[in-house]
Design a protein around this ligand. Structure first.
Ligand code: ADP
Ligand code: MG
Length: 435
């Protein structure tokens, strides 16, 4: 998502009131503000009747809102939205047309040359795995295949914004799951013109699996309660603990047992996954730096220290960062300043130092996570490969091997973890607890 980029479509202060027979009015949307950017998937998640479909119809220009404006590339929209295509829960296929013809319908208004129409329809049909079914009629197809036709018809127009209105909810669980990951893959691999997807759903897991931004909608009249940020990397694993906690957090917001404190809410499950990385430096050298600074009155300038130690400046910064993670120093501007904790560490004897270091390491989020895993493992031991996998899950943007090596090296030094090089296993060091 590039929130800094220009919005493709904006709904501005949209409200909508339906006029019913007998002069009655029904207000279904109130003050909706939604901006859609390139490279994102936005879910509208809410109970039935919260105005999700009405929102999509307004976005697509199929319905004129009674208040507010729709902007497309910054300009006010009149009539149908040329940037949007739609997929409906009910498939909305024409029963008297073949699969090929149902997809072709979406190109009719463009009046393209016959050959180009054929090529584009064929490409769309191939993308959704319908090759061989071109001449079939909708009645011959199962639900999943029908929805593939619906998706092909939406893709063939090659428009940047794909809106999907509960596209999988009429399908059985397994078919829905398969089609869901195919749609995600089409978007992730950029094989189509789709830059942005808007998914309407009442299924929390579905929203959490697909969306980067989840707009939770409430009823009476329909409004956006909160926008939930979801930065879990794709593809998401429904069985992972991070995913399960995310779903619980969203559930808590919907049932209002959590009241988000910001309109752009980061669920605790995801806030907790932003674990601080650890710089790949030996812990002995970190302690060396602390001693060096202590010997020079408890503080110094990083450049000067690098010079004096004849070390690379970047390396000194890494060491300082590591010392800071362990609360031994602060690093205001370019200075490195011992904390009281750091001073006490330096003044202690070897045994006390060991205990202090042990406690400091236990304060690291990453060490805590590994400790938890080891505590529940058989004989408090895990193969290093398994630890790599955990680290990959916790810190998808880091090199898992490097992080593991550093963590084990620090953990060994602080008697938190041990590593057996013969069996390639990491174990919990229980020596300090039992000593
Ligand atoms: P959702 O998709 O979240 O279930 P909808 O947008 O379909 O919600 O509907 C929101 C409300 O608007 C519902 O109360 C529905 O009955 C009403 N509604 C939808 N379309 C019309 C219409 N064409 N005329 C009158 N009321 C409508
Ligand atoms: Mg609906």
């Amino acid at each position: 998502m590039s929130e800094t980029g220009k919005a493709i479509i904006e709904l501005k202060n949209i409200s909508h009131t339906f006029r019913m027979g007998g002069g009655q009015k029904l207000r279904v949307l109130q003050d909706i503000n939604i901006s859609l950017y390139q490279d994102e998937v936005v879910a509208l998640l809410g109970p039935s009747g919260s105005g999700k479909s009405t929102c999509l119809r307004i976005l697509a220009g199929l319905l004129q809102p009674t208040h507010g404006r729709v902007l497309v590339d910054g300009k006010k929209l009149n009539g149908t939205n040329p940037r949007v295509s739609m997929v409906f829960q009910s498939y909305a296929l024409l029963p008297w047309l073949t699969v090929f013809e149902n997809v072709e319908v979406a190109l009719e208004s463009l009046q393209l040359p016959r050959e180009e129409v054929r090529e584009r329809v064929k490409r769309a049909i191939d993308l959704v795995g319908l090759e061989g079914f071109e001449e079939a009629y909708p009645r011959e197809l199962a639900g999943g295949m029908k929805q593939r036709v619906g998706i092909a018809r939406a893709l063939v127009g090659e428009r940047p914004v794909l809106c999907l209105d509960e596209p999988f909810s009429a399908l059985d669980v397994l078919t829905a799951e398969a089609l869901r990951s195919e749609v995600l893959r089409l978007w992730l691999t950029r094989k189509t013109a789709t830059k942005t997807m808007v998914l309407v759903t009442h299924n929390i897991s579905e929203a959490a699996l697909l969306a980067k931004r989840i707009l939770v909608m409430g009823t009476g009249p329909g409004h956006v309660q909160v926008s939930i940020k979801n930065d879990l990397p794709y593809p998401r694993d429904e069985r992972s603990s991070g995913f399960k906690s995310l779903v619980m957090n969203i559930h808590d917001v919907i049932t209002q047992s959590i009241i988000p404190d910001t309109p752009e809410w980061v669920p605790p499950a995801l806030a907790a996954t932003t674990i601080e990385t650890i710089p790949p430096v030996p812990l002995v050298e970190v302690i060396g730096l602390i001693e060096f600074i202590a010997a020079r009155g408890g503080q110094g300038d990083s450049f000067a220290i690098a010079n004096e130690l004849k070390k690379d400046f970047g390396n000194v910064l890494f060491l300082a960062k590591a010392a800071e993670l362990l609360d031994f120093v602060d690093t205001p501007k370019n200075a490195i300043v011992l904390t009281d904790f750091g001073k006490r560490f330096i003044q202690s004897d070897v045994n006390v130092r060991k205990r202090v270091l042990h406690e400091a390491l236990k304060g690291l989020r990453l060490a805590q996570l590994l400790e938890q895993k080891l505590k529940t493992a058989e004989q408090f031991t895990l193969p290093i490969e398994t630890v790599h996998e955990y680290i990959r899950e916790w810190m998808p943007n880091e090199n898992a091997e490097t992080i593991t090596n550093t963590l084990v090296q620090w953990g060994r030094y602080g008697e938190l973890f041990g590593y057996n090089d013969d069996t390639k296993q990491i174990y919990l060091d229980v020596g300090q607890e039992t000593a």
